[in-house]
Design a protein around this ligand. Structure first.
Ligand code: ADP
Length: 669
């Protein structure tokens, strides 16, 4: 063996083979056996291409090496063992070797060095694998970023992302359209510079107590766009919290509410218009029928007229229910917060339904609870509405037995301060309306409080109704901080429970509230009738010169007849212009002023009256309108009107309004 090669082999660097120009093996290191193909053995004199078939086809290159045209030949990473668990790779290097013998005769041969490259190759392969994996991840990441970008871009709402300090980092196309700034103008700005009222969103709440997934409730603010336009903007915010600081911040969703507001306004106007158009003729029907009921009639005529009156009232209730429901849906249902006597409210509700209970031979009871305070702050009209709805249903669906109202209450908090100086306590009052009627099947419970749902159509045919009553009750209870639910045993009866949260005024304020004589105990229902007794001597006791300003002929006639029944002779003006002319001609104590009229409407007429006459010289003005919204009443009172009557005009309310009038105390001559 070549001594140098033998030394190198012994240092474990490589193995080698020497072969001649005819490819015959001349010499081989002992460890080279490991690298042969298919367990071929190495025998001196054998063709090297048998144990190393990789050399087949490179004969021309070997000739070039012999002739000195090429220095060497390398073959790297040759895989020898196909077993994946213990792979074997080698690198082959072939160079020319010139042997000089003792007679200075030279022969050329080849040395093939075989180096085990398994470790390097495995590393290279695992690196390749990692690179492939990384490329695959990168492609996926790029695609998912594109996907998210496309979603964000196509969002109909504006999306705005800021850092924790409020610097705008990302926006979508809708945001630029809403705010009218370009992307360049927005990125990098502080959000407070762009949306000034953003501080109204209390971000502390969002990030509060480590609960970062919380989204803040949407609020509506006014926002000035780049061009100076003020738009209503609904805005909500949530916190983005990741482990990497760069990806922390706030995500805002912006929605331009301009169109929605316009649609809401149009709906409100439509509702107000419809309410006027429908209520006016219904008012005429019920008004005329109630007047007719106050005249001499045969039993049959009275019966017919009564039906007309009751149908008109039923229709009126349906219209009111629909209006209430849509108002509440639009968030427009506002509750009063005035002190009132709780038992009076319950008694009034009972009185309203008592005639029907009496007609059906049902006993109607109020189980009073003396432990509960008397005066509460709330909306008497709406509480009565819930009670009347539940009582009317109980009576409607009960043929024998009784209907019973009861209530309990428990204190839930103490207030030390109250804006009006009163010291109220907060109570949860729980009411129950119990009947012994047909009951309700358990399967229908979840549908009960949904709008337009009646438990089944045969019941609807038999009992009528719109299926709105309980849905409205539910909304009203929730507005009052409570809830409503039912219990029932089919065939035995139902109990409807509801709660409301109210402030209770201490007993010391009781003297300021009108008290009814029947504030507790079971009330007698026999004497209650829904037809009003007209005070025919009112004009003598309370003389007034009245001008009725109303364009609708039927309304004119009806109100005029109602007033005549009380002894008043009202004069008529058909619109605001005629009213002004009449007022300039002579003095009136009271003007009933319709609001919607041709030529000159009521509001314009009142403005002119207030300009022309000082408060001590001008008449007491009562608005007549079909619009029962509280804003309408406030608008009338602010304009200088003294009182307000909602159509349909009921004779009892008309009498009360007249009793409240103060005639002018000035010289009539
Ligand atoms: P409606 O105007 O049709 O009475 P409600 O919303 O008040 O509408 O009631 C919905 C339905 O619930 C009724 O049609 C009836 O089937 C059922 N219901 C309500 N109250 C009672 C009750 N006290 N007893 C039996 N069924 C009732």
């Amino acid at each position: 063996m070549n001594p140098l090669l033998a030394n190198l082999v012994s240092a474990n660097c490589f193995e080698y083979l020497i072969f001649n120009q005819d490819y015959q093996i001349l010499e081989a290191s002992s460890g080279v056996h490991e690298f042969v193909d298919n367990s071929e053995s190495i025998n001196l004199g054998d063709d090297i291409r048998l144990p190393f078939p990789e050399l087949v086809g490179i004969e021309e290159i070997l000739v070039e090496i012999l002739q000195g045209e090429q220095k060497n030949f390398n073959l790297k990473g040759v895989k020898r063992c196909l077993d994946e668990d213990s792979p074997l790779y080698m690198d082959l290097y072939i160079i020319k070797n010139v042997q000089v013998d003792s007679s200075h005769h030279t022969t050329s041969e080849f040395i093939m060095i075989v180096v085990n490259s398994t470790e390097r190759m495995v590393m290279e392969q695992s690196m390749m694998q990692s690179i492939n994996n990384a490329n695959f991840l990168l492609r996926n990441l790029t695609a998912s970023k594109q996907y998210i970008d496309q979603i964000v871009t196509s969002m109909a709402d504006g999306l705005l992302v800021t850092t924790l300090s409020g610097k705008i980092k990302k926006i979508n196309l809708t945001t630029t359209k809403i705010l009218e700034y370009s992307e360049e103008e927005l990125l990098g700005q502080n959000i407070e510079e762009i949306i000034r009222d953003i501080h109204q969103l209390t971000l502390d709440n969002v990030a509060g107590e480590g609960n970062f997934s919380q989204t803040i409730k949407e609020i509506e603010i006014s926002c000035t766009t780049k061009s100076g336009k003020n738009i209503p903007l609904a805005i909500s915010c949530s916190v983005v919290q990741t482990e990497i600081e760069h990806f922390q911040g706030y995500v805002y969703i912006l929605r331009d509410m301009t169109e929605r507001k316009q649609a809401e306004l149009a709906k409100q106007e439509f509702l107000a218009m419809i309410s006027h158009e429908i209520r006016t003729p219904i008012a005429s029907v019920t008004g005329m029928a109630s007047l007719l009921l106050n005249t001499k009639l045969t039993a049959e005529q009275r019966n017919f007229t009564n039906t007309i009156y009751l149908s008109g009232e039923a229709l009126h209730k349906i219209i009111n229910d629909i209006l209430d429901f849509s108002k509440s849906e639009a968030g427009k249902l506002e509750l009063e917060a005035e002190p009132f006597e709780l038992r009076r409210c319950i008694n009034e509700a009972i009185m309203l339904v008592a005639p029907k209970a009496q007609e059906k031979g049902l006993s109607l009871n109020f189980l009073d609870n003396s432990a509960i305070p008397t005066i509460i702050i709330g909306d008497i009209v709406r509480l009565r509405q819930i009670l009347v709805n539940l009582l009317a249903n109980a009576i409607k669906f009960t043929d024998h037995g009784s209907v019973e109202v009861s209530f309990t209450g428990s204190k839930i908090a103490n207030y030390n301060h109250h804006p009006e100086g009163i010291k109220p306590h907060t109570y949860e009052l729980q009411f129950a309306v119990k009947d012994t009627g047909i009951g309700i099947d358990k399967n229908h419970f979840d549908r009960l409080f949904k709008v337009f749902s009646q438990v089944n159509s045969s019941i609807t045919r038999q009992y009528g109704g719109t299926g709105l009553g309980l849905a409205i009750c539910k909304q009203l209870c929730e507005l009052m901080g409570g809830r409503i639910w039912a219990e029932s045993e089919p065939g035995l009866g139902s109990t409807f429970h509801f709660t409301i949260v109210v402030d209770v005024v201490s007993e010391t304020r009781e003297h300021t509230i009108h008290k009814t004589s029947e504030s507790s105990g079971e009330i007698a229902v026999s004497h209650i009738s829904h037809h009003v007794q007209i005070d025919t001597t009112l004009a003598q006791k309370h003389p007034l010169k009245i001008l009725l300003v109303e364009d609708n002929l039927i309304n004119q006639k009806m109100i005029q007849i109602m007033l005549q029944r009380m002894g008043y002779n009202a004069e008529i003006a058909n619109n605001g212009l005629e009213a002004l002319a009449a007022l300039r001609r002579q003095l009136y104590d009271v003007v009933f002023m319709d609001l919607q009229m041709p030529k000159m409407d009521g509001l314009t007429a009142v403005k002119q009256i207030c300009e022309e006459w000082t408060p001590d010289k001008r008449p007491w003005i009562i608005a007549l309108t079909a619009n029962a919204l509280p804003e309408e009443r406030d608008r009338c009172l602010q304009l200088g009107m003294n009182d307000y009557l909602v159509k349909p005009i009921r004779i009892a309310e008309l009498m009360e309004t007249i009793k409240r009038c103060h005639p002018i105390v000035c010289d009539r001559s």
